[in-house]
Design a protein around this ligand. Structure first.
Ligand SMILES: Nc1ncnc2c1ncn2[C@@H]1O[C@H](COP(=O)(O)OP(=O)(O)OP(=O)(O)O)[C@@H](O)[C@H]1O
Length: 251
């Protein structure tokens, strides 16, 4: 589904990502991990289009996308949950999800302003889809509450609901567990497991090895901008190169 081939990006002559290749197959959960400064965020932004690669190719669903703007990649079916993304204040949880979907509606400003039947029909459809997405992430009972009052774990779930409304082919998660406490992490991991069971294809980057070990089918380990190991989580955890990258060189 996603094929990253020989991608590099440097800043001021220093490589943040160097000759990285990575494949994500349909229905797979692939995790990119690595210590601080390994190049995870840079790689993520190269895939989403928020950064341009100096070299290399990125193909999504068989199409070359490395020159496409982020919104064009999104339209092809990439949906992103950014690290630390905020919710809209002063809106309910449900409204927060609905707002994300208005870009997709067909009826224009005039029919919305006049509240023509077509607009009202679309609003009902959007409401139904928002409710389905909220149910999928377990937020139904929170749907009428102000979004900014949600605990951070549920705000993360809300962002997932928003991303799911775009009906992604590939869901991209940027450090989903960051800032979450033990039980919130646990709930988020269970949620990602459910999405995986539904067959959704997921690429996630994460600092926390424990979090991905449970979720990922395959783990790609970056260090100093390069892939140093790749394989199933059980193998990765035992890999001496990975241990050294995380723990630092033995003294
Ligand atoms: N916009 C930028 N300008 C200059 N240097 C950058 C920029 N973005 C990243 N870098 C550098 O590229 C390297 C990789 O950074 P990156 O943020 O991709 O790593 P990371 O694995 O996501 O780290 P972390 O886990 O700390 O978020 C670092 O040395 C960083 O300083």
């Amino acid at each position: 589904m996603l094929a990253v081939t020989g991608v590099s990006r440097s800043f001021g002559g220093v490589y943040a990502v160097r000759d990285v290749s990575l494949d994500v197959a349909e229905g797979e959960v692939c995790a990119v991990i690595g210590p601080n400064g390994a190049g995870k965020s840079t790689l993520f932004n190269l895939v989403t289009g928020h950064l341009a690669a100096d070299h290399g190719e990125i193909a999504f669903l068989g199409r070359r996308v490395e020159r496409l703007a982020p919104h064009r990649r999104a339209r092809l079916g990439m949906s992103i949950v950014f690290q630390g993304a905020r919710v809209f204040r002063g809106m309910t949880v449900r409204e927060n999800v609905m707002v994300g979907m208005h870009g997709r509606t067909r009826s224009g400003f005039v029919s919305a302003a006049l509240r023509l039947p077509r607009h009202r029909r679309e609003e009902r459809e959007i409401g139904r889809e928002a409710d389905a997405a909220l149910a999928r992430v377990g937020l139904t009972e929170w749907s009428g509450r102000p979004a900014d009052r949600l605990p951070i774990g549920q705000q993360r779930a809300l962002q997932l609901a928003r991303a799911l409304c775009a009906r992604p082919r590939l869901l991209l998660l940027d450090e989903p567990a960051s800032g979450l406490r033990g039980h919130e992490r646990e709930r988020l991991a269970a949620l990602v497991e459910e999405l995986r069971a539904d067959g959704l294809t997921i690429l996630l980057i994460e600092h926390d090895v424990g979090f991905v070990t449970r979720l990922a089918d395959r783990v790609v380990v970056l260090d100093l901008g390069q892939v140093i190991a790749e394989g199933p989580p059980a193998e990765i955890r035992e890999d001496p190169l990975v241990l050294a990258a995380y723990l630092g060189p033995a003294s």
